[in-house]
Design a protein around this ligand. Structure first.
Ligand SMILES: Nc1ncnc2c1ncn2[C@@H]1O[C@H](COP(=O)(O)OP(=O)(O)OP(=O)(O)O)[C@@H](O)[C@H]1O
Length: 428
């Protein structure tokens, strides 16, 4: 049915949803659309829609508007596709939330020293892991809890720039336009999109786990709320080892396996005898497989959003720094000793935890660097980062960089970490 929508526009299509149905919407790459709830109750990935208000969904995004009891939804603007689906796993996700919340309430009861649930979503790529994490955080926030959203996914993480692992509390339902509020994120820089240095990745996950424990000791509400952890889609070989390591380091007690029976079986065997429960969750038919090209575009958008804001509302500061004013370091990948220098029979290896100074060069152009909280070279392995800068120019003659920083003024530290994160900027 076509009509004039809540925004007064005439390119509006209305959809009536029966109970437990969802409207799946894929926006065009080039432009977004607006979604409005006209009647009933509905939510997008656990975030409730307010009646009569429209929410902007950016270009290239894929969302589902779900209703437990029935709703009428209007879409304003052209979309790639919008269709109603009757079969969704949303009720099972809501049941999972009920189990987790019961544990939160027990842990939050007066005099209790019990831990709240620490949940981890695992599964292959494109099964809806990040989506389930958002749904669980939203449901928890709607019931007055503030779980920590932990993102261990380097390539398609939801919190800050790619190439990092991070955590942020979700104390209100996630804003559909602006994402998870990041007032106090805890971010560790890995510096790449895939794990080629498992030892260092494990090291920062362990650090994150220790900080989770400290937070939970210091604050009863945080202890009771627990955490919801998103993981990478790498589930074989070393990928599985990294998942099991994260499970232990973050003291996860509920693992939700989405969309793969084999992984479910493997984890059940590996975690037998621990106090961790493994659950199988159905994959939603709405989850869309993303091409490499789409994933690259999503990463570029995340870099852009970091510097310019989700709706382009921020104005990053362009600043300069002389090479002599900053110290650059790279973690891992120390040089191999030449075979001739090694005893017979030994193979050369790199030191995964080596901190190597980086000499400024034009190869840093278009790099995203992390501003470390570490004050000295020795601190770097254990320090989280304050934020990121983007190198827009390297002047080898004047020995200075020009960079974008989210805010003007001096950087919080002059110790910068270099990885392999490149972004071609707005012209891309
Ligand atoms: N029910 C649904 N209807 C429509 N789109 C959906 C639905 N559930 C998830 N999606 C979309 O499918 C895409 C993939 O989902 P998601 O990012 O949660 O998967 P993932 O398993 O975390 O992927 P990866 O391992 O690559 O990080 C996202 O764009 C998400 O918005």
């Amino acid at each position: 049915m076509d009509a004039t929508g809540v925004d007064g526009r005439d390119d509006v299509v209305s959809h009536a949803l029966a109970r437990e149905e969802e409207l799946r919407v894929e926006t065009l790459r080039s432009e977004g659309c607006a979604i409005a709830l006209v009647s009933g109750h509905a939510e997008i990935f656990g975030s409730e829609l307010a009646r009569g208000q429209s929410v902007k969904i950016g270009g290239g995004k894929k969302v589902a508007v779900f209703t437990f009891h029935g709703a009428t939804i209007e879409i304003t603007g052209k979309v790639e596709i919008a269709y109603v689906a009757g079969e969704t796993p949303m009720v099972s996700y809501a049941n999972a939330h009920a189990v987790l919340n019961a544990k939160r309430e027990r842990a939050g009861a007066a005099g209790s020293s019990e831990e709240g649930p620490r949940v981890m979503c695992v599964g292959p790529t494109d099964v809806g892991k990040s989506t389930v994490c958002s749904i669980l955080c939203n449901y928890a926030a709607r019931s007055g809890q503030a779980p920590l959203y932990v993102d261990l996914d380097l390539g398609q993480g939801a919190l800050t720039v790619p190439g990092t692992i991070c955590a942020a509390p979700v104390d209100a339902q996630i804003d559909l336009e602006e994402g998870i509020p990041l007032e106090m994120p805890l971010v560790y820089f890995y510096g790449d999109l895939t794990v080629n240095n498992p030892e260092y990745y494990k090291h920062i996950v362990t650090r994150l786990g220790a900080l989770l424990d400290e937070r939970s000791k210091a604050n009863d509400d945080a202890r009771a709320a627990g955490c919801v952890v998103n993981t990478m889609g790498w589930i074989d070989g070393m990928g599985l080892e990294l998942l099991l390591h994260a499970r232990e380091a973050l003291k996860i007690d509920h693992v939700l396996v989405i969309g793969q029976e084999r992984l479910y079986g493997q984890l059940q065997q590996k975690l037998a005898g621990t106090d961790c429960q493994v659950f199988r969750m159905q994959k939603s038919g709405g989850v869309v497989e993303r091409t490499q090209e789409f994933r690259r575009a999503t990463r570029d958008r995340m870099f852009k959003e970091y510097f310019y804001g989700p709706t382009g509302e921020l104005a990053p500061a362009s600043q300069t720094a002389y090479f002599s004013q900053i110290s650059l370091y790279r973690i891992g990948g120390g040089p191999r000793a030449p075979a001739s220098a090694l005893p017979i029979g030994q193979t050369a290896s790199t030191d995964p935890m080596r901190i190597a100074p980086v000499v400024p060069s034009t190869s840093l152009l278009h790099s995203v660097l992390a501003v470390s909280h570490g004050k000295t070279q020795g601190d770097l392995l254990n320090s989280n980062v304050a934020g990121f800068i983007y190198i827009t120019e390297v002047d080898m003659i004047q020995k200075k960089f020009t960079y974008l920083s989210p805010c003007p003024g001096e950087l919080p530290s002059n110790v910068l970490l270099v990885g392999n994160l490149k972004w071609l900027g707005l012209d891309n």
